[in-house]
Design a protein around this ligand. Sequence first.
Ligand SMILES: Nc1ncnc2c1ncn2[C@@H]1O[C@H](COP(=O)(O)OP(=O)(O)OP(=O)(O)O)[C@@H](O)[C@H]1O
Ligand SMILES: [Mg+2]
Length: 501
Amino acid sequence: MFIKNHPNAAKLLSSLRNTGYDSYAAVEDIIDNSIDAEARRIKIGISIIGKEPRVTIADDGSGMTKEILDEALKLGSETEKDEMSDLGKYGMGLCTASISMAKRLKVITRKAGGEYLSSVQDLDEVVKANDFIKELQEADKEDVTLFKELVESEHGTLVILSKIDRLSNTNTSIFSATLSKEIGRIYRKFIEAGIEFRVNDKKVEAVDPLMPDLKGSQIYSDEEYELPSYKGKEKVNIKVVFLPSVNEELEKEYKMNITSQGFYVLRNNREIAHGQTLDVFKKHNDLNRLRIELSFTSNLDNEMGVRFTKDGVSPSQAISDFLKQEIGGQIESIRKTVIKSRVADKSKEINHDDSAAVIAKKSKLLITPDAIIERRSPKVNKGDRKEKPESDETRDRTPKETRVSSSGLGARFETLSMGREGALYDCYQEGKVVVIQWNVDHPFYERIILMNKDRKDITAGIDYLIYALASAELKTVNDDNTELISTIKSIMSSNLRALLS
Ligand SMILES: Nc1ncnc2c1ncn2[C@@H]1O[C@H](COP(=O)(O)OP(=O)(O)OP(=O)(O)O)[C@@H](O)[C@H]1O
Ligand SMILES: [Mg+2]
């Protein structure tokens, strides 16, 4: 016979403070509810009341009946949902998001023509009673006044977070500015559809990382794909964009960098991840102008690995393989185009064959990255797919990578024109070869390598040094440290430039 087995309320709610939300993701999860309630205007307020920070989210959406409000402040609430469009799904967001940053959650709500209602959950009270208790009643005068002031509509909902002790940035003006930027990007589709967002009374503009208005952008593809899914045929939309080459100042402004390159993942039109590789490619400065928008509906949450905090994805291997097969060729083509545009003046090339031969001979003694063996998969019929601007011989090759431990990798030296301010060298791996690209514009190349091109002992020594650095880089690089490695290389290149200039 089964008997009731209630959890320990104090412990459960306290531990739910650590579900992995940062305060931005927490506020955004509460905003999701406003969008699901069909709000047209959502106002976020971050202020200091007394000495305590307070966060409010006010919407002019449908508001809640007493029954729904009763559900809303429950863990695992049960309310009607539409998988194809609603952002909420798990019945956890409101409670878990708010408790991650604030001990007290108050909701004041009103349906058109209905009564003003208010409900409060307070962690201190739950801990004291060691029971899931809350207030649920008609709103008092003060609450109604605040509702009218902030919601500015006959119907809607006001969420108030107080007793805030875990704000991601305790400087509230920096917090507001960062939040505003995130909202502009994350909810860009909703802003474009006319929903107004305000943070501390400042209107938020949509920010699209694919920059559709930027002149010279190339849309490589914009298509719907049927995904392999155990439920049958699920569709995703993928748009691959190659941003134009711009000057350094604009590169900074447009965030053409390691962090921002890659996938922007939209779930039911709301961004849940940005600047991701999804295990489809490796981050590299050559791909700083690559932006891919991947959109799907929430019935693919399992395959896409969406957490209930909805602030990230980790797709299954099958999905990563599928994406690699469909757009891996396009990414490769973008990389090659970037490299081609930097081909150096032939007169600056010097012969590195002897160094490469020594490296190949000694490769078994060296610590090098694993070799990448490409398996060719069968040609896919692209059918009615739109053509992208450039022909690309790699597109149908659809490489699938397998990393095999190998005893040593050979080397190839190339020369590229990456600008005086660029890195000293760049490197990538091609199968069993570490490819090193010298930047011929860097003063080190001009002053040391070219000046000593007849001194084989000197150039070989430099080649070995750079090969050793490149192997170490490629051996250790991963999604989490790409930016760090890139920064180290950039500082090293800059110091060397200063010393030789
Ligand atoms: N601003 C709001 N306006 C109207 N109803 C709301 C609002 N906020 C919450 N609700 C109601 O409360 C319910 C619970 O919200 P909660 O965020 O906890 O879960 P959810 O949105 O259903 O799922 P998820 O955990 O995925 O966010 C919602 O389904 C909705 O019915
Ligand atoms: Mg929700």
